[in-house]
Design a protein. Structure first.
Length: 678
């Protein structure tokens, strides 16, 4: 679909622009950072090994060869321009935006380290820093690669939505049809949709009838019967009938395009969340520059030290100010949290979702396919008299229905098999249109069907049974009666089955002090029954797909942090509007693409695991930020020479080693998260 792809493309560019200054040009992709990281990493190893400072410190010697003295400088220069230049460009963009942050700090350190190291090779007394430069760039590339990986996934949602629409349609021309591209359809055209095909565009049925699977748009579990003059939506799947459809909306006016717009708007509005580490970097930039200036001025004006000494102090300050540890503090914890989540069946697609899950106030579940299985199942079996057992009723119903392909029939037969009932063979099976089915069992006529069956046979169910079936009907359940000969022997109630895990899931969330809400396109009756069963605090019934995101907004209105859990395309805008979107993995690709977190299984209990993981992850991030910035608080004054009076002067080399040490501490601390139990 041309118009959709265009939409997708424009969106992702906008998204990039809004992402923290450093994504100011299109090539910022996880792949680019990955390539740069691995090459820089490979080149950094010889730079470190051939650095005289590292050799002196660790007491080893590398075999010399002609020109080996120049190796750190040559490889360091390559790393600076190949791996480091992206940060310099990012810094320029940040400064233009008047929002210096991580990129500015990194650039400051690598430009100073590069310039100073070069100068010491040719003009100045002092120690070159090529190993520090190389390792700094490599570590930062790694941190950014981890970060970009989590950002990229947001853009895939729209492509998934566009995939739902077929590229071609069968245009009806007189007696024949011809295949044309969906783009070329105009309002008023007639298209033929064959059984099992995707409906290509929004329209009105002008002939034929069928059952249409609209679950990706409405989340409704059963296929909807569609006949003449009824609307159909592009992207839904036609069932067993053949349909002729008059085209109503095309291009950007279709329902799917509307959903795509909602998803894209919601995504664009969410990517502006400023991260904690960026704020720290913002302040550190000013602190570093101020301390460096004071250091230079102070040593030149207030002491009798040489300009060489003042320069060395200033360089030390600027190199130390660059937060190796800060650049890793968050991405490392995130990547460990992500793999820990995966082991627990939680796929984290957007790290902000995981970071903010600890603050959830309300969990809003979509009913169909999330709390329920999204398929009809037997929920009650009743017998009409004391004499007949419920097993006998189910056995009769199962025997009659065993040849039918109808969803109700399948549900009854599955239940009989589940209860390990042996089904006798039925003869002379016949479908009674609109009323049910009949068959002969052991010479007796047995019927299974709805209320119309009883009307047609002029039968009445016993009072007790009548009361139960009316109650079930008012709860939105489907009731079929089982009739043997001329007497009603019992009834079977069917509904969208509640998952066993849903009871525990709601209970655990209540224990953690959260409100639980439910949202469904189903009737008030069905919604109230499920809500009562699961003890859900509030529910919203008969919500149209385009209003689901509004329901989320309504819950957010009082400042609540809302997590939305859903599985259909129609949930995509709501998942994106919610503070945290959680998709149930058995759902459609689109819902998965627009959610921040995906539950790999269809188990709703995963939601409370997410909350626990979020709390533990956040704690680790805080500890790491404290380490990373705390180190700077102590090291900066030492580098500036504040403690020179006590004979303590931090040499640039020692500063660089300490810097690496704080990085190791942060990395090790992050590893402890692997042990967390959810």
């Amino acid at each position: 679909m041309h118009s959709h792809d265009e939409h997708t493309h424009n969106h992702s560019n906008a998204d990039h622009d809004s992402h923290e200054g450093h994504d100011n040009h299109e090539s910022h992709s996880p792949d680019m950072f990955r390539r740069k990281f691995w090459l820089s990493f490979a080149l950094t190893i010889p730079v470190v090994l051939y650095s005289s400072l590292i050799q002196d410190l660790l007491g080893f010697e590398m075999p010399a060869f002609p020109g080996s003295y120049w190796l750190p400088a040559i490889l360091g220069t390559i790393i600076f321009f190949y791996g480091g230049w992206v940060f310099v460009k990012g810094a320029v963009a940040e400064i233009k935006d008047r929002a210096p942050g991580m990129m500015t700090l990194i650039s400051l350190a690598i430009v100073v380290a590069f310039g100073y190291s070069f100068a010491t090779m040719f003009f100045l007394e002092g120690v070159e820093f090529f190993w520090e430069l190389a390792s700094l760039i490599t570590i930062m590339l790694f941190g950014h690669w981890m970060e970009m990986r989590s950002i990229q996934s947001a853009q895939n949602a729209l492509q998934e939505l566009a995939k739902l629409l077929p590229d071609e349609a069968e245009l009806v021309e007189g007696e024949s049809t011809k295949t044309v591209s969906v783009d070329s359809l105009k309002t008023g055209d007639t298209v033929l949709v064959r059984p099992g095909a995707n409906i290509p565009i929004d329209g009105v049925i002008i002939s034929g009838e069928s059952h249409v699977d609209e679950s990706m748009i409405t989340g409704e579990s059963r296929n909807i019967k569609k006949t003449t003059d009824e609307d159909v939506v592009g992207g839904t799947i036609n069932g067993d009938g053949s349909l002729r459809i008059r085209v109503k909306n095309t291009g950007d006016n279709t329902v799917l395009a509307g959903i795509m717009r909602l998803v894209s708007d919601a995504q664009a509005s969410k990517s502006k969340t400023q991260k904690l580490a960026d704020k720290a970097a913002f302040y550190l930039t000013f602190i570093a520059l101020s301390v460096a200036t004071l250091t230079m001025v102070g040593w030149l004006l207030l002491s009798d030290q040489s300009a060489q000494f003042a320069l060395e102090r200033t360089v030390t300050v600027l190199i130390i100010a660059c937060p190796h540890a800060l650049g890793l503090a968050i991405p490392l914890v995130t990547s460990i949290a992500t793999s820990l989540a995966a082991r627990n069946g939680l796929l984290v697609r957007d790290r902000m979702a995981l970071e903010s899950a600890r603050n959830i106030d309300v969990v809003l579940f979509d009913k169909t396919g999330t709390l329920t299985k999204g398929e009809l199942g037997v929920v009650d079996v009743w017998s009409a008299t004391e004499k007949t057992s419920t097993e006998a009723v189910l056995r009769l119903a199962g025997a009659v229905e065993s040849d039918s392909e109808h969803p109700i029939a399948r549900a009854i037969v599955d239940k009989a098999k589940q209860d390990q009932l042996s089904l006798v063979t039925a003869d002379a099976f016949k479908s009674l249109s609109g009323r049910g089915v009949q068959a002969t069992i052991d010479g007796a006529q047995v019927y299974v069907g709805g209320p119309k069956l009883l009307e047609q046979q002029d039968l009445n169910a016993p009072k007790d049974l009548q009361k139960r079936t009316e109650q079930a009907g008012s709860e939105g359940k489907t009731v079929v009666y089982v009739v043997k000969g001329t007497s009603v022997v019992g009834a079977v109630a069917l509904a969208d089955v509640i998952r066993d895990e849903s009871y525990q899931a709601v209970n655990e969330l209540h224990k953690s002090g959260m409100r639980v809400s439910m949202l469904t396109g189903d009737s008030e009756a069905v919604a109230s029954w499920v809500a009562k069963e699961l003890q859900i605090d509030e529910y919203f019934a008969q919500v149209l797909p385009q209003d689901k995101a509004k329901t989320v907004e309504q819950l957010q209105a009082d400042g609540s942090t809302v997590a939305m859990v859903g599985d259909g395309v129609n949930d995509a805008p709501a998942l994106t509007q919610a503070d945290i979107g959680i998709a149930i993995g058995a759902g459609t690709d689109v819902a998965i693409e627009s959610a921040g977190i995906v539950l790999a299984s269809s188990d709703p209990r995963g939601v409370s695991k997410i909350v626990k993981l979020s709390q533990k992850t956040y704690r680790k991030m805080q500890q790491n930020l404290l380490w990373a910035t705390g180190y700077n608080v102590i090291a900066l004054p030492a580098a500036a020479g504040v403690f020179a009076g006590f004979g303590l002067i931090l040499a640039p080399a020692v500063g660089a080693v300490l810097m690496s040490l704080s990085t190791i501490i942060v990395a090790v601390n992050a590893q402890f998260l692997r042990k967390a139990r959810l």
